[in-house]
Design a binder for this molecule. Structure first.
Ligand SMILES: NC(=O)c1ccc[n+]([C@@H]2O[C@H](COP(=O)([O-])OP(=O)(O)OC[C@H]3O[C@@H](n4cnc5c(N)ncnc54)[C@H](OP(=O)(O)O)[C@@H]3O)[C@@H](O)[C@H]2O)c1
Length: 254
């Protein structure tokens, strides 16, 4: 990575986003966090010289402003998610993750255009999106998902906005941005049921390994660890670029 290696993180006040922020800082990575309230950031992070906090509602930011916040960042991590409450799940914004991903893509394009105009062509920005095993890969690449499960998920997406949002955000990256975009590269990380606990042994798979009806578990700290590896290790990035890896605990928690 070049000297401009800095990560822009969205959702750093959340459970997994907080772990990702803490681990990035522990690795010495400079981070810019856009959060609605700095008071909800993980303990000990505020005041760390590696952390710059922007207090704003990311969905309300004009593209130009988000492009300015991207300055010097070669990677964006999104751990945004609908708050688990009746209002969070059923209330607006129904397309939190999808809107944020589109905004990032527009801001990256704006930022890259400006840099080219100034004679400073930049490398593509890398987006690491936290998603879920409920999200399908294209072309039925998740061979494990049988007809009954697909029908169940179809119903979930029709009834539960966050399920639909996560699928649409992934579809946008897969189908509209695609694998060969000049400005934006991506990895969609799909954990199973999220649990607490320190990083242990975990596995990263190309496709689903278990059924939604018999789920695996994934520690949030491990999702954060894998995201940090993607953000800091070129070989890991190249291995998973334009893919939708599934991450699960090697051993389920006792
Ligand atoms: N629960 C599971 O078992 C599971 C399994 C697999 C995948 N996932 C997915 O993983 C992702 C993260 O999950 P999590 O449990 O770590 O998240 P979380 O703790 O609920 O955190 C959500 C984050 O999103 C932010 N956010 C929520 N609504 C927002 C809005 N309207 N505008 C701006 N920011 C907003 C929150 O900010 P504030 O602090 O400001 O509210 C917070 O930083 C979600 O997309 C979820 O679908 C969950």
């Amino acid at each position: 990575m070049g000297i401009d290696h800095r990560v822009l993180i969205l959702g750093a006040t959340g459970r997994t986003g907080g772990c990702a922020l803490t681990q990035l800082l522990e690795r010495g990575v400079p981070v810019r966090a856009i959060v609605r309230s700095a008071a909800r950031l993980p303990e000990g992070s505020v005041g760390n010289p590696l952390l710059e906090v922007v207090e704003a509602d990311v969905l309300a930011l004009p593209t130009e402003v988000l492009a300015e916040h991207l300055a010097g960042c070669d990677t964006v991590i999104s751990c945004l998610g609908h708050t688990i409450s009746v209002r969070g799940v059923l209330g607006p914004p129904h397309d939190l993750v999808g809107q944020a991903v589109r905004l990032v893509r527009d801001a990256v394009d704006t930022s890259q255009r400006k840099q080219s105009a100034a004679g400073q062509p930049a490398a593509p920005v890398r987006l690491i999106l936290m998603s879920s095993v409920s999200v399908n890969q294209p072309e039925r690449a998740d061979a494990r998902r049988g007809r009954g499960e697909r029908a169940y998920m179809w119903g979930m997406r029709a009834l539960v906005p966050p399920a639909r949002d996560n699928q649409r955000a992934a579809d946008f990256l897969v189908h509209e941005v695609g694998p060969a975009d000049a400005n934006l590269q991506w990895v969609i990380v799909r954990p199973d049921t999220l649990t607490e606990g320190a990083v242990a042994e975990y596995r990263v798979h190309e496709a689903l390994v278990s059924s939604l009806f018999k789920p695996d578990s994934t520690r949030m700290s491990e999702v954060a660890h894998f995201m940090c590896e993607l953000a800091t290790d070129d070989a890991t990035w190249k291995r998973w670029r334009s893919r939708m890896p599934v991450i699960v605990d090697a051993q389920p928690p006792a």
